[in-house]
Ligand binder design. Structure first.
Ligand SMILES: Cc1cc2nc3c(=O)[nH]c(=O)nc-3n(C[C@H](O)[C@H](O)[C@H](O)COP(=O)(O)OP(=O)(O)OC[C@H]3O[C@@H](n4cnc5c(N)ncnc54)[C@H](O)[C@@H]3O)c2cc1C
Length: 445
């Protein structure tokens, strides 16, 4: 530990804002990178020197100025729920805990302005009191922050209606601080947003975010089981594309994935492929009818069961499917891919033929640029890195667009359309390359 500069930092921002306790620093330096056996090997030994938790924008400015003056690396942190080691401090230094920047600043005309460190779960609950809801949120919403989601996530529950972070109108404005001796504070909108969405905190610290909100609706959770994955997928497509059923979650898990969803064990057998849904209250009869037309079993008591037991289908969707499965199968890992909308049944058939015991299908239907498409986080039985790479290659060969979750480099993660823009912003905002060092390989000089 570098006691010299840490003592100085304590003088600048206050002793109680800087934490160096070993166990705490280690916990705050980690995210969910261990979903990947590759990242687990690469990233397990990196820790920060200290965690700094400013409680105002002025204090963040002081920390960033200190970091620039003393050339100390710094990683902004939200809830620490990222999957690619995004918050892991590869060159030690400071972890900037943003969680105290958690204010609801303004809600007006369907747009909300919030402190970047606000937890999405708390925000969703507070918005309901004003008749609003988040347009979409990750399944980690109870822990993850607005700034962390914008800087590290993509989409989630609600993306079937509203698309992802990049879709125009979802993120409206961001207020950014630079890492310089005299940090600059500025607000951006429009095309400039691309420099800061999914940017891993590389090109600036998000201080506030303005996002478009959805009207509050009452949702109901439903479960439909199927004896084969094809019927489950066809039903899921039909409901995803239905214009008369409003929904914010259509999640498909192939058998036997749902056996890992312990709170649902009374409802599923190991032979069931399942579709989990959140649909607007009142649309239940339509769901039941559609389920029957695809040979599905609609479980009428499920909705009451989840309410009574205070669980939600959303806790068994998106990357929570991987989490539940890994609890019982620690050797497993996952991939991320976008299947072809017209050809996905054939792609699934090819995968099942080639890897009958190594690939389990998990789809999340979302909207991209106005089209409903099958995004996917299939579960993979991991044996070796070579085998995993072979499987990734085959996914690509059959036309699945893979976003590789087994790399900590922003360029290699598959959401790289705007990496050049992020790099450009980094050059302007982080002249000493102190923000999250190690996560970007392209030169910025
Ligand atoms: C079980 C599980 C399920 C998940 N489901 C989803 C899902 O449905 N959808 C999805 O998109 N993702 C999902 N994820 C990934 C992750 O949870 C989300 O991306 C989440 O929103 C990240 O938010 P966070 O606050 O935890 O960010 P962190 O993990 O703290 O940070 C993520 C990145 O953002 C940067 N960052 C954080 N705050 C700021 C800031 N204020 N300014 C600049 N940079 C910042 C960090 O440096 C880091 O690079 C899942 C992960 C797990 C483990």
């Amino acid at each position: 530990m570098n006691q010299g500069w840490i003592d100085e930092l304590k003088q600048v921002i206050g002793e109680n804002k800087v934490e160096t306790k070993d166990s705490y620093v280690k916990r705050m330096s980690q995210d969910f990178y261990w979903y990947s056996p590759i990242l687990k090997k690469q990233l397990s030994d990196f820790y920060a020197d200290c965690i700094v938790k400013p409680s105002s924008v002025e204090e963040v400015i002081e920390v960033l100025a200190f970091s620039a003056q003393n050339r100390i690396p710094l990683v902004p942190r939200g809830g620490g729920t990222g999957n690619y080691g995004q918050i892991i401090p590869m060159e030690k230094g400071i972890i900037l805990d943003t969680s105290a920047l958690n204010k609801i600043i303004e809600i007006k005309n369907g747009i909300g302005r919030f402190g970047a460190g606000i937890k999405l779960g708390k925000l969703e609950a507070d918005l309901a009191n004003d008749g609003y809801s988040l347009r979409f949120f990750p399944s980690t919403y109870l822990k993850s922050t607005l700034g962390g989601f914008i800087a590290g996530g993509t989409g989630g529950i609600g993306s079937i209606e509203y698309g992802t972070l990049w879709d125009e109108g979802n993120v409206v404005r961001l207020t950014i601080l630079t890492l310089e001796e005299k940090p600059r504070l500025f607000t951006i909108e429009g095309e400039e947003l691309k420099k800061y969405i999914h940017h891993y905190g590389l090109s600036g610290v998000i201080i506030e975010a303005e996002i478009a909100l959805a009207p509050y609706r009452e949702w109901e959770d439903h479960l439909v089981t199927f004896s084969n994955i094809n019927d489950a997928l066809s039903f899921s497509e039909s409901i995803a594309k239905s214009e008369s059923i409003r929904k914010r979650l259509v999640s498909v898990s192939e058998s036997p994935l749902a056996t890992a969803f312990k709170p649902f064990e009374a409802f599923v057998s190991e032979h069931d492929s399942i579709v989990l849904l959140q649909v607007e209250k009142g649309d239940c009869d339509q769901v039941e009818e559609l389920a029957h037309s695809f040979n599905g079993s609609f479980l009428p008591t499920f909705s009451e069961h989840v309410k009574k037991n205070k669980v939600r289908t959303t806790d068994f969707s998106w990357n929570h499917v991987t989490l539940w499965w890994m609890k019982h199968h620690p050797e497993a890992t996952y991939l991320q891919g976008r299947f072809d909308t017209k050809n996905y049944l054939k792609q699934v058939e090819l995968l099942k033929e080639k890897y009958p015991n190594e690939v389990l299908i998990h789809f999340e239907w979302i909207s991209v640029g106005g089209s409903i498409v099958p995004s996917s986080q299939p579960i993979i039985s991991y044996t070796t890195e070579e085998r995993l790479n072979e499987i990734i290659t085959y996914f690509k060969e059959i036309g699945v667009k893979v976003s590789n979750p087994h790399t900590y480099l922003i360029e290699e993660g598959g959401k790289d359309d705007w990496v050049e823009l992020i790099s450009l912003a980094k050059k302007e905002n982080d002249p000493y390359q102190l923000l999250n060092p190690g996560k970007m390989k392209i030169g910025i000089g």
